[in-house]
Write a protein that binds this ligand. Structure first.
Ligand SMILES: C[S@@+](CC[C@H](N)C(=O)[O-])C[C@H]1O[C@@H](n2cnc3c(N)ncnc32)[C@H](O)[C@@H]1O
Length: 284
């Protein structure tokens, strides 16, 4: 008989041997998903035996994980800003750092105002949907070049009951004509910011499983910051705000792009590792 406790011990050892980081946490997340409970509840059910179906599914999950498939693609969901999001290999897995971007916008927006927001490169819709939830008077346009990502984003907006407030549009911000006619109060983007060089050396969880167009600009990592800073004045109100998530070491150059394009009062927010993570400014 394989109990929850024994299963966790065995799989943690197995994942560790295969070089998977945070083996115990991974083992717990997958088992909790199979048993349809919270991770914490596993600790209250150590003696519960697994049935054959549960054992087979756990085995299948483990094989996927040792091939470096991210645990979030295996379970198909992730928590972001306290909300549940579905994910698959068409979308970037929402990262905890991006919660700082969302938090910065919420802190600097009057919750009572009707705010028109544009999210560029929405992916799973995590930023747009979290903002819609926390800024109940906002109207959001969310664009992405990837049709497949937009399918997931729409589904997530339904799951989180904000579908009516978000207009999802397929649009390539670098090449397509702008098909939105609104002028926005806020533009936000967590763009693909990994350089072509860095992309080659990413761990397999990222460069084998996550969509390459979500991670890299296939250049020096600054293409989107430069292009968006440059064109945003065409669809951002005077005194409108532009918010970006930053990649490692990019704050100086992105600040320059923003200054060259008439943004002032530019502020940089650090993440928990003390890296510059969010930059934002106001359009003159
Ligand atoms: C770093 S991911 C961000 C996803 C999500 N917003 C998040 O924060 O987790 C970048 C997103 O930009 C999209 N993208 C890439 N190139 C694009 C382009 N030229 N125009 C619009 N979106 C693009 C990708 O499909 C991806 O969803």
């Amino acid at each position: 008989m394989l109990t929850v406790l024994n299963a966790l011990k065995k799989t943690t050892e197995f994942l560790e041997k295969k070089g998977i980081e945070s083996a115990r946490v991974n083992a717990e997340i997958m088992l909790a998903h199979i048993l349809k409970c919270k991770r914490l509840q596993l600790y209250l059910s150590f003696d519960r035996p697994l049935n054959d179906n549960e054992k087979n599914l756990y085995r299948e999950f483990l094989l996927r994980r040792i091939n470096h498939e991210p645990v979030q693609y295996i379970t198909g969901n992730v928590d972001f800003y306290g909300l549940d999001f579905q994910v698959n290999s068409s979308v970037l897995i929402p990262r905890p750092e991006t919660e700082i971007l969302v938090e910065t916008i919420i802190k600097n927006t009057n919750v009572n105002n009707e705010t028109n927001i544009l999210d560029i490169g929405t992916g799973s819709g995590n930023i747009a949907i979290s903002l819609a939830k926390h800024l109940p008077n906002s109207k959001i346009t969310a664009i992405d070049k990837s049709k497949e990502a937009l399918i997931i984003a729409v589904k997530n907006s339904e799951l989180n009951n904000v579908k009516e407030r978000i207009n999802f549009i397929e649009n390539d911000i670098l090449n397509d004509q702008k098909i939105f006619d609104n002028v926005f109060d806020i533009v936000v983007s967590n763009p693909p910011y990994v350089s072509k060089e860095e992309y080659k050396n990413l761990e397999p969880e990222l460069n084998k499983y996550e969509p390459s167009i979500a991670l890299t600009d296939f250049s020096d990592g600054t293409i989107f910051y430069n292009s968006i800073s440059n064109q945003v004045k065409n669809f951002l109100n005077t005194n409108g705000k532009l918010f970006f998530e930053l990649g490692a070491g990019q704050s100086k150059i992105v600040k320059e792009f923003m200054e060259q394009n008439n943004f002032y009062n530019i502020q940089i927010i650090k993440d928990y590792q003390n890296h510059d993570r969010v930059i934002w400014g106001t359009l003159i």
